[in-house]
Design a protein around this ligand. Structure first.
Ligand code: 5AD
Ligand code: SF4
Length: 433
């Protein structure tokens, strides 16, 4: 989501004559787009800003702005922390960038704008894809109403708001005209898409509409809340040809007591039922997840319940995190904080197990034929192309650059932990049986 917000900032500023530069020393304007989901993300921002101050000392005309979740959280306090900052803008204020920059230039005074809006206006700015891009993000909603006990997002991105389907469709058609083959629909909880709209729209209906009308080859979405994953959406994985064989479905914990404390409103059993249902609907589906270890009060037995659940489910991959206390969240008030070294121990053990499962899932793809959307040249070898399976796995194989953006058939020859190696069968998807 933050990557796409940055793309939107660049697109808005292109309208005011700004161009992206690879070299920070050539910049007239530097925007730092911040994340505050865990403390580590916030610390990274502080050290980045510390480095930028040195550049500003040498070129005082340089304008520096800070946006995103941490900016939303700290507001004017950011100016006190970093006196060289020119402006601070919140998560709903991206569309105001040209005015904010103009005001800084005119008055050279410190500006802070972090108001929330009641309608969606900071998203949906059309972002022309970079030359050669194959895949594009499309925001379908912003905000979140869930208030999971550990999470700052609802406080910093505001209440859930869905974008009208026609606006989304228009944007996707435009992206297809630019040569984009795959869209990734974005929202904090895309499964509740449509709840704030009057036309009874939901994510399944939106996917069907995009599949039929937009000229796009592949549709993905992220992120899903297990509670709101409907039977209709699960059926889409069987019936909608363009919907990819992958779902990211954050579970967070395998312990029912911890899930309740986290305010996730599902049990481990309910989650596993959804996984079963998904796999019955589409046996090729890959399922990835997010897991937090060391939530306040998590006992060794409760942690083990998460491990046991992973053993049963066998995720294709997971993002796993040590619980990080965030100011103002429900979990901040909970007793039984876990020591950092214990959290680290649990995290490392969990990640080792996940690596085994990921490799096992990848090995199961050896000798299979996969349709690959080619994204570009491989980073590892000059002669190779890189693309993804429908199930989101990276595949490297020999091929010419003209094939970038095409869907081709590849036979998987070797599985590694982070990627697959393969051999192209036919150059054009159209000529494959
Ligand atoms: N501490 C650790 N992990 C967190 N996440 C969100 N908030 C926190 C926190 N305070 C994780 C969740 C979420 C992912 C995006 O980040 O697993 O799904
Ligand atoms: Fe945070 Fe929960 Fe909303 Fe996800 S669903 S953004 S974890 S509050």
């Amino acid at each position: 989501m933050n990557v796409h917000d940055s793309e939107q900032m660049a697109a808005i500023l292109a309208g005011s004559g700004y161009k992206l530069t690879e070299n920070i020393r050539f910049a007239d304007l530097i925007l730092v787009n911040t994340c505050s989901i865990r403390d580590k993300a916030a610390q990274k921002v502080y050290s980045a800003l510390g480095r930028l101050v040195k550049i500003k000392e040498k070129s005082p005309e340089l304008i520096i702005g800070v946006g995103g979740c941490l900016a939303q959280h700290l507001g004017t306090k950011f100016h006190k922390k970093f006196i060289h900052l020119d402006f601070v803008f919140g998560t709903h204020n991206i569309h105001r960038l040209p005015q904010l920059i103009a005001a800084v230039k005119e008055k050279r005074e410190k500006i802070t704008e972090i108001d929330f809006y009641k309608s969606i206006n900071s998203i949906g700015v059309f972002t022309p894809p970079q030359n050669g891009a194959v895949s594009a993000f499309v925001t379908i909603m912003q905000g979140c109403n869930n208030f999971c006990a550990y999470c700052v997002v609802p406080f910093l991105r505001g209440p859930e708001m869905s974008r009208p389907p026609d606006d989304i469709l228009e944007e996707i058609k435009k992206l297809a005209d630019y040569g984009i083959k795959e869209v990734i629909l974005l929202g904090q909880n895309v499964n509740s898409y449509g709840k704030t709209l009057e036309n009874g729209m939901n994510i399944a209906a939106l996917i069907k509409k995009i599949g039929k009308n937009s000229g796009i080859e592949r549709i993905r979405f992220t992120t899903s809340h297990p509670r709101d994953l409907s039977d209709e959406l699960i059926r889409c994985f069987a019936e909608e040809e363009k919907l990819c064989d992958h779902i990211h479905l954050p579970v967070q914990s395998g312990s029912n007591r911890i899930l309740a404390l986290m305010n996730r409103s599902y049990t481990a059993e309910e989650y596993m039922k959804k996984v079963d249902h998904l796999r019955k609907s589409n046996p090729r589906i890959s399922i990835t997840s997010d897991i937090i270890v060391g939530f306040p009060g998590e006992t060794q037995i409760e942690y083990q319940e998460t491990i046991d659940m992973m053993e049963k489910i066998r995720f294709d991959s997971t993002f796993s995190f040590k619980y990080s206390e965030r100011k103002g969240t429900g979990a901040q008030k909970l007793e039984g904080k876990i020591e950092d070294c214990e959290k680290l121990k649990r995290l490392k053990q969990l990640q080792l197990l996940q690596d085994q499962h990921t490799l096992e899932k990848n090995i199961a793809l050896e000798d299979t034929r996969q349709k690959i959307l080619i994204e570009g040249r491989s980073k590892n070898s000059e002669n190779d192309l890189m693309g993804r399976t429908s199930s989101w796995k990276i595949v490297n194989f020999n091929g010419e650059s003209e094939l970038i953006g095409k869907l081709v058939d590849v036979k998987i020859s070797k599985a590694y932990l982070h990627s697959l190696r393969g051999k192209m069968i036919n150059k054009e998807a159209d000529s494959v049986d």
